[in-house]
Design a protein around this ligand. Sequence first.
Ligand code: FCB
Length: 446
Amino acid sequence: MPPLVFPPDFLWGAATAAHQVEGDNVHSDWWAWERRPDTPCPEPSGIACDHYRRFADDIALLAGTGLNTYRFSVEWARIEPAEGTFDEAAIDHYRRVVETVRAQGLEPMVTLHHFTLPAWLADRGGWRAPEAPARFERYVRRVVAAIGGAVEWFCTVNEPGVVAFGGYLGALGFPPGTRDVAAWKGAIRGLVEGHRRARAAVRELHPTARVGATHSMQEWEADQGGRPVMEYLRRMNEDVFLEACTDDDFIGVQTYTRVRVGLPTLVGPLARLALAVPPLESALVPLTVRRETRRASEQAPAGASEPAPRDRGSGGVAGALGRDGERLTQMGYEFRPQAVAATVRRAAALHPGRPIVVTEHGVATGDDAERVEFIQQGLAALHAAMADGVPLRGYIHWSLLDNFEWARGYEMTFGLVAVDRATQARTVRPSAHLLGRIARSGRLEP
Ligand code: FCB
């Protein structure tokens, strides 16, 4: 079989997000959330990967593999720790990060909001607060004025669907932890408006930059009984945001797995629903999806109770299988690298002709050979989509480093580079070398 050839100007990268790697993000909502007595987080983020200090070494590691792009986020809570007070030292820090990325010959891709909010805004309702979109715009203007000249790719909001669903509907253990449909819908409105304002601000200050949101998209599969629920979930988690992005310069697609919604899946939650009072929407959605994304270690029946707070789970269960015999990752997701090609095809169908970048794709595993397989299979499926005309411009792997995986803590290892939690020592994994070789040659050997 001949090698699969990718275009010469393809973006090949690895991603991080500030809160997950920098450490000591003390002015953020997540920092407070991790410390609440009822937090779902098994451990606090703490010093994380100490990337705030070690960024230059980490960027050098990335460049050394052969990749050409670094996607990272700037942290609103550091830049504006109190309302209207902008920290020039923090802004300078990100200026240095961008300079370092450029000096290493890499393309910077900057995310302006990756899940975290400054605590002062969270205290007022976060994305539900009427002033949130305008405050976001004001912060974005400061950032773009400082670093915009050197950055050609901006992501406004990372996975707005996950922010709304995971935090405001309380489905993923994210702050603010409300379990309320009105809060969920209010957050969706705020995120959409925030994205639009940020996009307009980037365009005004830096007209040649490319700006877009990044979308969490699943390869959905439903049997006839599950179809209405699947369509509802897909609409609320993906389509409302994709529709708000018809004017973006690119569509960022982030896919980890396939989600199957079947009638048997719904039987447990529906039986519970019959006994419970909460409104259909609010109860149905988290229950059904939790069943699909359950931990590998839980293996609980559909609709089983939530994980106990601070239950660490067993993390990387090697060789764990799901109910239907499917391979599971540490996250409890189905191991399905090719899911990303299904979502990229869907994004292309919804936005014909618009450039697409896979801004995240990765796997939590304790066995790097699985990551190698995940990358190879994912890229082969993406190549086939490109051959069918999908305008894919890049592939950015999640993540550069093992890091703080939100409400799942440090046991989930997504890194191309391993991080020793006790010593902070980095070890470049074979998967990083593989992806770097593909990037350098532009070829995937079958
Ligand atoms: C995505 C997030 C990213 C990381 C991966 C595993 O939803 O954008 O921060 O946690 O999942």
